[in-house]
Design a protein. Structure first.
Length: 433
């Protein structure tokens, strides 16, 4: 018998049905923060149900922002750019997104904030935001560049900054800080990352400019701009959809519909890779909502091939690589992942976690410093799997277990609630046995 801390997944015959995904996590974080510093009320429908996005809302409440969750909506009373000094530490839980992006906002306040997180978050690198925010005038102390962070806000000044590590979170952090800075802040990235921060800022009324630079971008934002509240429906989370897409890819003849899903071009590389691997995908009802592309997917499983993920694809697919790797043994030619060293400093060391769990299921896998090599044509057997407290590892191996021989026990399955509390129930609804 399974419990919230562990889950038994049994083999499936097929995947068939429809799944409506919770609101996109990346957009929910950014909307929750910007609604708090906007003027006027915001109504955010289909806000993410995950614990990480709840951490963002909790931090905003501690900063004096009033909000209320009503059914499937979060209603936020914006305070404008001036927030209140928190009476206690801002608890970001497991959410690196909350800590990194919100740091850009509290750095521009006239008070000192302490930002904390759980054991996993306390191991994650924050020097990548500490350095540029310090250059903008904030005072930040941290032990060896890791949480907790103590941020003394200041009157910020604009900087011209080139990201040393491709990171949409750091980019958003600096653009948010740029709202509080004098003059114009410029952020350059060599590899183009998710642009949800830029799109969200425009949705809330900010003006910014973006220019392509080779394979990357530069983004500029002028300080002192006022934001205004919005009414928006947040599209379904594409990273969460990845688990269902990969489940469908395991079974030739599977049929799955995913309505109202985020189709942002900086995230859609996942669909290209899955189609290369053999999944048939049709996009319907495509429209633009608050600057984000939204559509519905209709998918059908075919024979599963293989793929190589490297270079800019590794940055674009950083959240989806664990589940792509988990199904790789079932493919014809396997999977090569290169240039993915950032996977080692996520909620867990995802390279090591994927390799360890695949080996538990009887697979051959080569672990490298920056990636994995997983041969195809392998059969997996049910095993005891460890989530390592990482939501994406727990969900990835629930998918792999659907074609394994025998039952799989996932320890630490409750980690899925970090991004998708309803995941196991939704997976069960579309699973045929």
């Amino acid at each position: 018998m399974s419990s919230p801390s562990q889950k038994i997944v049994r083999p499936a015959r097929n995947i068939r049905g429809s799944v409506r995904l919770p609101g996109d996590k990346s957009i929910s974080h950014r909307y929750g923060m910007l609604a708090g510093i906007a003027e006027g009320a915001s109504r955010l429908e289909n806000y993410s149900t995950g614990a990480d996005c709840a951490s963002t809302l909790g931090c905003m409440r501690a900063l004096g922002v009033k909000w209320e969750r009503k059914n499937n909506c979060v209603e936020v009373e914006g305070r404008g750019l001036t927030l209140s000094a928190p009476e206690c530490a801002l608890d970001c839980g497991n959410s690196g997104s909350s800590m990194r992006m919100l740091s850009g906002i509290v750095a521009g306040q006239k008070f000192t904030s302490e930002m904390t997180g759980d054991e996993s978050l306390s191991r994650r690198p924050m020097e990548r935001i500490i350095r540029p925010l310090t250059a903008m005038g904030a005072k930040i102390t941290a032990s060896e560049g890791r949480p907790p962070l103590r941020i003394s806000g200041a009157s910020l000044h604009a900087i011209d900054y080139k990201l040393p590590v491709a990171s949409a979170q750091v980019k958003s952090c600096l653009l948010f800080a740029g709202l509080f800075a004098e003059d114009e802040t410029r952020v350059e990235e060599e590899v183009r990352t998710r642009d949800h921060g830029e799109v969200a800022l425009r949705a809330f009324g900010a003006q910014l400019t973006r220019k392509a630079l080779g394979g990357g971008d530069e983004v500029r934002i002028r300080g002192g701009q006022r934001l205004h509240g919005i009414e928006a429906r947040i599209p379904g989370d594409l990273s969460s959809a990845a688990f269902f897409l990969c489940a469908a890819a395991l079974f030739p003849g599977s049929q799955l519909t995913l309505p109202d899903l985020l189709m942002n071009p900086t995230r859609a590389r996942l669909l290209d890779i899955l189609m290369q691997m053999g999944l048939r995908i049709a996009v319907t009802q495509l429209e633009q909502v608050h600057g984000e592309m939204v559509g519905s997917l209709e998918v059908e499983g075919q024979a599963l091939k293989g793929a190589t993920i490297s270079g800019s694809d590794s940055a674009a697919l950083i959240d989806e690589i664990p589940v792509l790797a988990a199904i790789a043994p079932y493919s014809e030619k396997g999977l090569e992942v290169r240039d993915g060293k950032e996977l080692r400093v996520k909620e867990s060391d995802r390279i090591a976690a994927v390799a360890a769990n695949l080996r538990r299921m009887g697979a051959q896998v080569e672990e490298r410093e920056d990636g994995l090599s997983i041969p195809g044509g392998q059969a997996l057997r049910g095993a005891e799997i460890e989530s390592y407290g990482d939501h994406r590892i727990a969900m990835a191996f629930a998918v792999a277990a659907l074609r394994a021989e025998g039952e799989t026990l996932i320890r630490g399955a409750e980690a899925a609630a970090i991004s998708y509390p309803e995941f196991f129930q939704a997976l069960e609804r579309v699973t045929e046995r």
